[in-house]
Write a protein that binds this ligand. Structure first.
Ligand code: CDP
Length: 246
């Protein structure tokens, strides 16, 4: 997010570096139940991002001192594989992945009915296989599907998409160049049935009006993702029924 570059990110016709219009998101793909040994799982592609999410639980909580007698806790581990970026990423947790794990867990706490499973832990693993900006949103979108696939009671799923600003234009779903050289990045996650915002961050600067526009575009995109998330879960459910009847 430098905001300073000689690179044109949005040309005079309003076209972005990857050919998109200002209000266009990258292609989405969502699959549920992609891993056999996890209780629930999902695979998401958003543009060049490729992300796997696996869910285990509710299960015994480790470390035990984190147990809550009133509800389950959600423990999230967001991890970027060393090969997921063009410069090798140093393996293991860093400040960024700890922050992203925390905000994703907090977003999910808004929908999971944790009070049904006191003293337990619901463990959410997010593995970024290929990154191209927007991985926290794509990871959260995948995690929500994986939780539903695990059969964990939830009041709804969560859908996430970022918006931002580059070359003074408010744009939807920033890619890597736009994230690196643009002026602002605003990841947004919502509960689609109520439009309640469960994650909102901002890197860079925007006017109030630009910010309102960005939020509106991001929420619109979340609703499109929501349809795909539901479709993926429906497909998974139908496959399960077929397996059981054969
Ligand atoms: O991925 P997201 O936009 O949620 O988070 P970010 O911190 O704004 O990172 C933006 C992008 O920078 C990531 O998606 C990666 O493509 C890239 N990145 C990287 O190349 N190496 C890192 N160690 C961290 C991020």
């Amino acid at each position: 997010m430098s905001g300073h570059t000689n690179m044109t990110l949005v040309n005079e016709n309003g076209i972005r570096v990857d050919g998109r219009a200002f209000n266009q998101h990258r292609p989405f793909k969502v699959n549920a139940g992609v891993l056999k040994n996890a209780d629930g799982s999902a695979y998401v592609e958003i543009g060049k991002n490729k992300i796997l999410a696996a869910v285990y639980g509710p299960r015994e909580c480790h470390p035990r001192h984190l147990q809550n007698p009133n509800k389950a806790i959600i423990q999230c581990k967001y991890n970027m594989q060393a090969f997921s970026v063009s410069d090798r990423k140093r393996p293991g947790p860093d400040r960024r992945s700890i922050e992203i794990s925390k905000i994703i867990a907090e977003a999910l706490e808004n929908v999971v009915l944790t009070e049904l499973y006191p003293r337990t832990s619901i463990d959410v693993y997010i593995e970024v296989l290929q990154a191209n900006a927007g991985t926290r949103c794509a990871g959260l979108t995948a995690a929500a599907v994986a939780l539903a696939d695990a059969g964990i009671p939830m009041k709804d799923i969560v859908s996430a998409c970022a918006a931002g600003k580059a070359d003074d234009v408010v744009i939807l779903d920033l890619n890597k160049e736009e994230d690196n050289y643009g002026q602002a990045d605003v990841p947004v996650a919502i509960i689609p049935s109520t439009d309640e915002i469960v994650l909102l961050q901002m890197d860079g600067n925007m006017t109030r009006e630009e910010f309102d526009n960005a939020i509106k575009m991001a929420i619109g995109s979340c609703h499109e993702l929501y349809d795909l998330q539901k479709e993926a879960l429906k497909k998974r459910y139908e496959e399960k029924e077929e397996d059981e009847s054969s």
